[in-house]
Design a protein. Structure first.
Length: 99
């Protein structure tokens, strides 16, 4: 819970810091590697081609919302079960025609 709280509460600070110096360069390299990994899968039709912000929101948005609900004590679903459901939902949203 402490790590989840830190990640969720520091998001605004992270956005500010991500635009500066070494962290910006690390993020640029990290997301470049992700894009390089995704590209052959997109070209083969296994993953849909979507704008980065939409792709990011599909993958992370539901997880962040579940974390907020969990931290607020408002979840009833086992986190392992929820993780599997969110992973399946993300895959269904992102998979291509040939997946």
């Amino acid at each position: 819970p402490d790590l989840a709280r830190f990640l969720l509460s520091s998001r605004e600070a992270e956005v500010v810091l991500a635009t500066r110096g070494p962290l910006r360069e690390l993020n640029r390299a990290f997301f470049g590697e992700i894009e390089a990994w995704l590209e052959p899968h997109r070209a083969a039709g296994r993953i849909r081609t979507l704008p980065f912000d939409v792709h990011h929101a599909i993958l992370l948005g539901p997880c962040q919302e579940l974390a907020r609900l969990w931290l607020a004590g408002r979840t009833t679903t086992d986190l392992e079960v929820a993780a599997g459901e969110l992973a399946a939902a993300a895959w269904n949203a992102l998979k291509g025609a040939r997946a």
